[in-house]
Design a protein around this ligand. Structure first.
Ligand code: NAD
Length: 423
């Protein structure tokens, strides 16, 4: 990976510990389902150690300690209370911190980690409000410490091949894009198997917004050169009424179940249209509470061609064999395969979310080891996350246009694309 050396970055303490120890020492904050998946990946990497972890759940803590003991023969120090993350990030022996807590604590922990001079990787979204986004940007700029949001779909093999095709000019000048996160998470994530609300269900009762935009928008940022040649200028969002949450809960647990009787304000489908400074458009769908197969509906269209994930096909004007007819994407996938995937161990490529979890984590850790910039920078992380509050604002104002902040403070005009640039 071509990576920019991080100059004004990590604390001297942290640099010294990295130089001394051959292993990368990672502290974990939050060890629920996602944290446990990342712990397995970390334990499979011979150059990584986990000397400390912090989670409020006693069961998760005990399970994680057992796994570390079994895999490495070491005993991590554990922190129990939610506010203990501050003591964990301050440890002198850590090189990086991995945050997989509930959404409301991501920005706070990331800010504390950057202030303590630790590289930090944070699960999606990195922030929930514009204030949090700016606090992250300010802290990053004051400390020079990197912070990466772990948006795994940016690392999908097909999405990276599409990026290579765009960079090779096959689609011409990019004009328009569509993406969605269509994933029914009511029975598997917002509520448990008894219909008891998990923490994320609270957001369905309190907010009406695109609550989870990063999995749809992740690959799109680099396809559209957002933050490096273009930027989100303004957006409008519209939400449908809500039927899916109550209907599914009634069907699963009965009409008298407390969760089925509650009122949820989150509309079933949110459609956001973003206009960019260059005059391009992006349509994003939130679609997480109606029963349906998983789908991202990625589509990117330029002056010379179009890629459609749903069709698994491309049309390249003047190149495709039949005029204005789809041709299969697979040969293009092979021809434009990204080096990250070409060199990936096939065993690893079977791990978490088709290998994307391993890839994003490995690239983050390589950046920690080499003291370079991680593959997703903080500006891209906050641009993806700010769609949550901005879509909520637009919906609350009858779909009125809402301006998108320029977190790069004008630098998007001269910044060069860096995501997935190799060589
Ligand atoms: N990228 C993906 O594919 C993917 C998949 C699932 C979840 N996620 C994300 O991962 C994150 C975690 O989701 P999950 O499903 O693992 O949730 P979870 O509820 O299973 O785990 C969260 C854990 O964090 C702990 N916690 C909360 N606040 C804490 C704090 N301040 N300090 C220490 N521990 C704290 C909780 O006790 C819990 O154990 C979310 O941001 C979610 O959106 C991403």
């Amino acid at each position: 990976m071509k990576a920019q050396p991080v100059t004004r970055t990590v604390s001297r303490r942290s640099r010294a510990s990295a130089a001394k120890a051959s292993k990368i020492r990672v502290g974990l904050v939050g060890l629920g389902r996602r944290g446990a998946q990342f712990l397995d990946l970390l334990l499979a990497m011979p150059d990584v150690e986990v000397p400390a972890l912090c989670t409020a759940s006693a069961t998760s803590r005990a399970a994680a300690v057992g796994r570390i003991r079994k895999a490495c023969g070491t005993e991590p120090e554990t922190y129990r209370r939610r506010e203990d993350y501050a003591r964990l990030v301050a440890r002198e022996d850590l090189d990086a911190v991995l945050v997989t807590t509930a959404w409301d604590s991501h920005a706070e922990i990331a800010v504390a980690a950057m202030k303590a001079g630790k590289y930090v990787a944070v699960e999606v979204p990195v922030a929930l409000t514009l204030e949090e986004c700016w606090r992250l940007v300010d802290t990053h700029e004051q400390t020079g410490v990197p912070c990466m949001m772990l948006e795994n779909w940016s690392f999908r093999r097909d999405n990276l091949a599409v990026l290579n095709m765009i960079r090779a000019g096959l689609l011409g000048d990019i004009i328009h894009c569509h993406c969605a996160h269509s994933h029914n998470c009511i029975p598997i994530w917002f509520f448990d198997s008894q219909g008891r609300p998990r923490w994320a269900a609270d957001y369905l009762r309190k907010y009406n917004a695109d609550q989870y935009p990063t999995h749809s928008v992740g690959p799109v940022l680099s396809w559209m050169n957002i933050n490096c040649g273009d930027r989100f200028a303004y957006l409008t969002s519209t939400a449908t009424r809500q039927v899916g949450i109550n209907d599914q809960l009634r069907t699963l647990f009965g009409a008298n179940h407390p969760a089925a009787r509650r009122r949820y304000v989150q509309g079933d489908i949110v459609t956001t249209v973003v206009k960019t400074a260059r005059g391009n458009t992006l349509v994003i769908n939130y679609d997480m509470q109606l029963p349906r197969p998983y789908d991202n509906r990625w589509l990117i269209q330029g002056s010379r061609g179009v890629y459609s994930e749903a069709h698994n096909a491309v049309y390249l004007h003047g190149r495709s064999p039949r005029s204005e007819e789809w041709e299969p994407f697979d040969p293009y996938q092979k021809r434009h395969d990204h080096p990250w995937w070409k060199h990936l161990d096939p065993q690893v490529a079977r791990l978490g979310h088709g290998g994307t979890d391993y890839l994003e984590l490995r690239l983050f850790l390589d950046a920690v080891r080499d003291r370079t910039s991680p593959p997703i920078d903080l500006y891209d992380s906050v641009v993806m996350s700010c769609l949550i509050p901005l879509s909520g604002q637009s919906i609350a104002q009858s779909s009125a246009p809402v301006e998108c902040p320029d977190f790069t403070r004008g630098r998007w005009k001269r910044r060069r694309p860096s995501f997935a640039v190799v060589g």
